[in-house]
Structures are given as structure tokens and as C-alpha cells.
Design a binder for this molecule. Structure first.
Ligand code: HEM
Length: 511
């Protein structure tokens, strides 16, 4: 099966990359049912944009204030933390800090670390059970969350990594998280309104970077990684390529709010301007994403991916994980995934695409993913969805042929993101392993196409509402290009998914 997967992936990605040239309440933890609005955590309105209706976007990031949550959506920081992540833990946590430094398969010195030889499990026995109950400093809590989640995932998945290196099979993970990790991790997670498990925003990606030169902006060459599992250049590139993309998200937030305001004011000029700027921002984000190919070698991904797998919908944890000293019942969490990034959900909600996703179990998983993100991100995304529906962004766009083309261009950016992303998944994952589930526990062949296909179909639908004769000559060219590409991609995707579903079989129906 494996060699045929390899063949189809290669053939089809060549097709798609070269020929087509694609230009609730928050957390489910029973103890954590609280929502906190910015206004209720003591922020003065001078720091907030109260024009943005019922959500308050941060005007400045208040980088010196560690009493506020690290993740608050802002015009400057976008979806990145307000303050750069804390890199080193205070002396009190010396043993934890040292353990994390000695953990990666390959240390900075080039020597093998604890995970290289399967020695982490034994080393964890010397970790004190730190008392974290009195900590309120949000920056420290965030750094501790990152570090305990790295340690927890490394501990639970160490046997799987060793087995995968030898046999290309994961086997079983450790089924019990010892109390010296489980208890402080659970306490910190409660304070952050998070699940006690590794997460994209709060740990693996967006809370795991350091600026080389703190006075220079957050760009890829100015970034270093804080924590690692493998310690390889490809892991460094994979994680920091995400950060470099999200560094553009301040503008995304800004133009999202302006788009909503302009529809509410029925101001066509401002609306078109906001859509144009949104499109330019998404173009930059997509261009940054394209650099993944050179920043992280596709054949290396599966060498560090084991450690970001979850305990939900994964055969390595058929009965979940027991958190010693926390819960006698096993716990199940989705693994770290870019699916928890907030940029694409923001665009989906703004353009009212979320409601167009098919009513099926795959879309239910998309909704489930939205619980795995910082509270304030979730509030922002809910706000964008609510307000876009209220003012009817799509309806306003299609009333005017040229606004509709700008709307279509933005959909095309979402398409470009999801299509490139599908190409990543074929090249980095499906080509190299027959494991049927992605890190977040989704079926590897069917889940991503569920959303990509919806976007492609919606583009055709919007195209049908546009009166071609009303378009400027420049927009006629754009319109033709965008819709031709979308219909070709729809055909290719259908063929690829049918083929791959046959190879992967029944597993793809499990979500
Ligand atoms: C080598 C690069 C990448 C690979 C192999 C990859 C793989 C995947 C996979 C397999 C999923 C399915 C969900 C799951 O984890 O269970 C996913 C979802 C997702 N990833 Fe990635 N990813 C990559 C890079 C990125 C980057 C750079 C971003 C940027 C933020 C990103 C954002 C997303 C998003 C938004 C989703 C949800 C997709 C949707 O809503 O349709 N990924 N990723």
C-alpha cells in the first residue's frame, strides 16, 4: 500500500503544485466553566478598541503587564502572545528547566539527549513535585504550561518514538502520567483555562519562540526556538514557520474589524478597501507559508511528529491517559495541530464560510478543535462569526460585482492556504507513513479535503452570482483565473481523495 501512496502523492502534488500553479463555553473541563471578558479583568478602555462592538481588541499589547493573560487578540500582536514568551524558568524550577534542556534527541552541542536513548522516563523520577498553587504571574504560568506540556508529551510518547524509529509503528504510549508532572500541569492548565495537554497556541508553536534581537520585529531569521523534542533544523523550521506567519495576524485582525464596521455603516468604498487590504495580508501570510518547503525538510517531519500526537482518537492510547493525583478516570485530548491556529477560522467566520461546511462528523471535529485555543481567541472568533452573520458580509459583497470579486479573491486566499496545506500533508505525512490519523486525531485523507472542497464549491457559487458584464476589465481577468483554477482543483481533489480513501480503508470513517 505504501509505495502506491507514495506514487499517487508524488504524481498529484506535481500536478497541483506545478501545472495548476496556485498563486459553549470554552474548555470542556468540568471545573473550568468561566468566560472572562477583557473588561472584567481590569483593563482600562484606553488600551482597548471599544469601536469593535462587543469584543474589545487590544490597541497596544501592554508588553510590560504580566497580570493579564498572555494571549489577548490585538492590532499589534494579532494572535501571538502580547509579550514575547518567557524563555528560562526562575531558579526555583531549576530541575524542571534542566530536564527540558537535556531532553531533545539531539542537544544544541550535537550530543544525544535523554530522548535519544529512551532515558527520559527514568530521569523524570528525580523531578520534584513543585507547588504552583500561588503563582498568578501570567507570563510565568504560560512558560510553565509550555514546559510541563513538553515534558508530559515527551514522557507519554517516548516509547512510541523509539518503536517508530525501529519498526515504523507506534505501539503503545505510557498510559499513566506521574503526579510530579500531572498535578502541577493540571493546576496551571486550570489557571489558564486550558486542557492539561500540549497545545498549538499555548505551548508548541506560539509560546515557543525567542527573538534573537529583541529590538527587531518577529520575522523568521530573527527567531530562535525555546523547547524542542528532536533538536533538528527541520523541527526548528517547522515550528517557527508558523510563528512567522502569525506575525502578520495583527493586520488580519485590523482589516477583519474594519470589514465588519464598513458593512455595518453600508460604506462601499471602505468595504472594498478593507477587503483589498485583507487580501494583501492573506497574500503575505500565504507567501510566508510557502517558505515551509525550504525551512523544514518534508522527509524529516515524521521524525519529530510522534511527540505532538494526542491521546484522543489515537491507537497509542486506546484507553486515554490516567493523570496520577488528578483523575482516576482516563483523560483524552487532541494532539497539537495547526488546526488550532486562529487565522483561517477568522477568515472562515468573516466570509461566512463556517456555516457552509457540510453537516457531517468531519465538520464536528472542526468545531471540537475550536475549544483547543486561548479563551480570548475563542471569544474573538465567536464575535467575528456573530457579527458577520448579523451584518451579512457575504450578502453585502454580492450586491456589487466588483465587491464580489474582492470577496472572491479573499476566498481564493483561503483556497490557496488549504490547497498548499493539503500538498504539505501529502508530501510531509502521507508519503512517509501509513498511520491513518493526524496529530489532532483526524482521519488523514478525508478531514482536510472536507474543508478545502467546501471552499472550492463556495467559490463557484459566489462566481455564479456575479454579473460579469459589470466587472472592470482587470477584474474580468482575475475572475476567470480564480474560477478556472478552483474548478480544476476540485476535480483533482475528488480523484485524489477517492484513490487515497481506497488505500486507507475503514480507518478514514473514524473521527
Ligand atoms: C509541513 C507542514 C504542515 C503539515 C504537514 C500540516 C498538517 C496538518 C494536518 C494533517 C492537519 C489536520 C488536523 C490534525 O492535525 O489532525 C492540519 C490542520 C491544520 N493546519 Fe497544518 N500542517 C502544516 C503546516 C501548517 C501551517 C504552517 C499552518 C499555519 C498556521 C497550519 C495550519 C493548519 C490549519 C488552519 C489546519 C486546519 C485546516 C482547516 O481548517 O481546513 N498548518 N495540519
Amino acid at each position: 500500500m505504501f509505495s502506491s501512496i507514495k506514487r499517487i502523492v508524488l504524481n498529484n502534488s506535481r500536478l497541483s503544485i506545478y501545472n495548476i500553479s496556485p498563486t459553549f463555553t470554552f474548555r470542556c473541563l468540568p471545573t473550568l466553566v468561566t468566560t472572562r471578558k477583557n473588561s472584567s479583568i481590569g483593563l482600562s478602555t484606553t488600551h482597548l478598541d471599544t469601536q469593535s462592538n462587543d469584543f474589545e481588541v487590544l490597541q497596544d499589547s501592554m508588553e510590560h503587564d504580566s497580570s493579564l493573560p498572555s494571549f489577548m487578540v490585538g492590532y499589534k500582536n494579532g494572535f501571538l502572545p502580547r509579550q514575547d514568551p518567557l524563555v528560562r524558568l526562575p531558579d526555583k524550577f531549576h530541575v524542571l528547566d534542566l530536564l527540558l534542556q537535556k531532553m531533545p534527541i539531539r542537544l544544541q552541542s550535537g550530543e544525544p539527549g535523554l530522548l535519544a536513548k529512551g532515558e527520559l522516563g527514568e530521569a523524570v523520577k528525580d523531578l520534584p513535585l513543585y507547588d504552583v498553587s500561588n503563582i498568578t504571574d501570567q507570563r510565568l504560568l504560560s512558560a510553565l504550561f509550555r514546559d510541563y506540556t513538553f515534558l508530559a508529551s515527551a514522557y507519554l510518547l517516548e516509547p512510541c518514538d523509539i518503536m517508530f524509529r525501529e519498526k515504523k509503528d507506534f505501539g503503545l504510549g505510557r498510559q499513566l502520567l506521574p503526579k510530579n508532572i500531572a498535578v502541577p500541569l493540571n493546576n496551571i492548565a486550570k489557571k489558564l483555562y486550558a486542557f492539561p495537554f500540549m497545545e498549538y497556541n499555548l505551548s508548541y508553536s506560539l509560546y515557543n519562540y525567542q527573538r534573537v534581537n529583541p529590538s527587531l520585529p518577529i520575522t523568521y531569521p530573527n527567531l530562535n526556538l525555546v523547547r524542542a523534542f528532536a533538536g533538528t533544523p527541520s523541527e526548528h523550521g517547522f515550528i517557527l514557520a508558523h510563528v512567522a506567519m502569525v506575525a502578520h495576524s495583527g493586520r488580519l485582525v485590523q482589516w477583519t474589524v474594519k470589514t465588519l464596521n464598513s458593512v455595518e455603516q453600508q460604506n462601499r468604498l471602505n468595504f472594498n478597501n478593507a477587503l483589498k487590504n485583507l487580501n494583501d495580508t492573506m497574500f503575505l501570510i500565504n507567501r510566508e507559508m510557502e517558505a515551509m518547503w525550504k525551512r523544514s525538510n518534508p522527509d524529516d517531519y515524521i521524525k519529530f511528529r510522534t511527540f505532538i500526537m494526542g491521546s484522543k482518537n489515537q491507537p497509542m492510547f486506546p484507553n486515554g491517559v490516567i493523570y496520577e493525583g488528578v483523575s482516576d478516570a482516563p483523560l483524552f485530548y487532541r494532539g497539537e495541530s495547526g488546526a488550532n491556529d486562529s487565522m483561517i477560522p477568522c477568515m472562515d467566520n468573516l466570509l461566512q464560510l463556517t456555516a457552509k461546511m457540510p453537516n457531517n462528523p468531519l465538520t464536528e471535529v472542526l468545531k471540537d478543535f475550536r475549544k483547543y485555543r486561548p479563551t480570548n481567541h475563542k471569544e474573538f472568533l465567536d464575535y467575528v462569526q456573530r457579527r458577520a452573520d448579523k451584518v451579512n458580509v457575504r450578502g453585502y459583497a454580492i450586491q456589487d460585482a466588483n465587491s464580489a470579486t474582492l470577496y472572491l479573491e479573499n476566498m481564493d486566499q483561503i483556497r490557496a492556504f488549504r490547497n498548499r496545506h493539503w500538498n504539505f500533508t501529502k508530501e510531509y505525512v502521507i508519503k512517509n507513513t501509513a498511520h491513518p490519523f493526524a496529530t489532532g486525531g483526524t482521519p488523514i485523507v478525508t478531514w482536510l479535503p472536507n474543508q478545502l472542497n467546501t471552499v472550492l464549491k463556495q467559490m463557484t457559487q459566489v462566481g455564479q452570482t456575479i454579473d460579469y458584464s459589470q466587472l472592470t476589465s482587470e477584474n474580468k481577468i482575475k475572475f476567470d483565473e480564480i474560477l478556472n483554477r478552483a474548478s480544476t482543483q476540485e476535480r483533482i481533489l475528488k480523484r485524489e481523495v477517492e484513490y487515497l480513501k481506497d488505500l486507507f480503508g475503514e480507518s478514514q470513517n473514524k473521527v
